[in-house]
Design a protein around this ligand. Sequence first.
Ligand SMILES: NC(=O)C1=CN([C@@H]2O[C@H](COP(=O)(O)OP(=O)(O)OC[C@H]3O[C@@H](n4cnc5c(N)ncnc54)[C@H](O)[C@@H]3O)[C@@H](O)[C@H]2O)C=CC1
Ligand SMILES: C[N+](C)(C)CC(=O)CC(=O)[O-]
Length: 491
Amino acid sequence: MTSTVAIIGAGVIGAGWAARFLLNGWDVRVFDPDPSARDRVEKVLAAARLSLPGLGEVALPPEGRLSFPRLISEAVRGAGWVQESVPERIELKHKIIQAVQSCIEEGAILASSTSGFTATELQSNSSRPDQILVAHPFNPVYLLPLVEVVASDRTDPDLRDRAVMTLTDLGMAPLQVRAEVPAHIADRLLEAVWREALWLVKDGVATTGEIDDAIRMGFGLRWAQMGLFETYRIAGGDGGMAHFLHQFGPALKWPWSKLTDVPEMDDTLVATIAAQSDEQAGGRTIADLERQRDHNLVGLIRALGAQGWGAGAIQQAADERRMSGAGVPARFEDITDPATPVVTLHRAVPLDWIDYNGHMTEDRYLHAFGDASDRLMKLIGCDLDYVAAGKSFFTVESHIRHLKEVTAGAPLRIETRVIAAGGKKMHVWHEMKSGDRLLATAEHMLLHVDLETRRSAPLTPLLAERLATLVDAQAELDPPEGLSRAIGDPI
Ligand SMILES: NC(=O)C1=CN([C@@H]2O[C@H](COP(=O)(O)OP(=O)(O)OC[C@H]3O[C@@H](n4cnc5c(N)ncnc54)[C@H](O)[C@@H]3O)[C@@H](O)[C@H]2O)C=CC1
Ligand SMILES: C[N+](C)(C)CC(=O)CC(=O)[O-]
């Protein structure tokens, strides 16, 4: 099957899917009869290019090709995956499924973004129900990992497994829903909160802003890192979940909630909510809010990554899978030509590395160069086991030159030379590039140390030998421009 996806319907969700696939190297064909669809996709792509590449610590593959065929048949022919994201009307979805299935190959995956319909409902009237399933994402699709995968008993289980693998490769967290129920899992939960929120506004208990504060200042923060059950388990104290259930279970029968009673969405309620929501936005446009949302989400997911937790752990697993494709050697034996500088880092600039000047802030240069030095250490044999055994390197001197600006989402590559090594020292030169542009250089002196005495110690034979291989092979190269330069030297 090809790495070509057809996106049918490019609204909020279809455009998000287009960005997720394209930035993961897929060729993307978009079909949407709305003349403004191309513009919308370009805007969402611009936002995704700023945020998604820097979500993890490893570069994404090169972008695929984007096209906008005029006919649905042109869009789907030969595609390995078709993602339907047209409005939530079953007769329209059936029409699209029929048009798509008349042109696609048997093994192609036909996934629907539907928030509420079941796979069985989508499959009715289809001659090939086996290739249809639900892949329900969350907005913004290019950043949020969750995708609910719902198959019916008529969906081919192998096709469902392939779909799960593909979504995982896209850096997502596919949640396989065990049973077909309207609105799957997450929207069932969201609807319950939404219903109560509508009642609170209708009854004049709280404004839209107050309700949103009640979420984002408290349990919303908790939910980003632990779910409902894990959070309540902790709330049960040492008695855990059983104690929690005994204490708060009875409250469910008190009038704490409206249960399933739904407020009438009459003109007054719509006008009240719309007016409060406008006031809450305080003049910020949808684009402003989307930008802020993306910054916040990137920060949250990356913070969770530092803990190896939740959505951050999903991102780390995606990074692991991408490592070999990013061209950074994992072991010394992977260095194909020691006579050329070694690629020690290949990633993109994350949104949270950008400062008030709109470019990568100065401490992140050292962060990236530090990561590159860590990779060099690992390559020569100073890995975590080596450190645990009591030896490591300390950086004792650094000199960074900032030569060119770089902005969010841009690819970063660090090429490393070992200028000299021996005794207890290693003299390293890094060049940071984005494409062909030299962004910065860093020169470091590192001392090999005994972690028990905290004093310098001679290099062990393996490290000395590998460093000598690099130094000797690279000695033929011209000395790097700027080597040993000091502040104040003529430029
Ligand atoms: N908006 C949301 O928060 C989420 C929506 N979904 C689901 O995604 C699907 C799409 O929803 P949205 O993107 O919000 O809708 P939307 O209204 O933003 O976009 C729908 C797009 O489909 C296009 N379209 C209409 N008829 C078409 C046709 N015959 N062929 C091709 N394109 C056509 C429209 O021009 C429009 O660009 C729905 O099934 C919805 O339930 C899923 C997750 C979240
Ligand atoms: C409102 N909605 C039901 C379309 C929401 C979703 O389906 C998921 C989301 O992104 O919140």
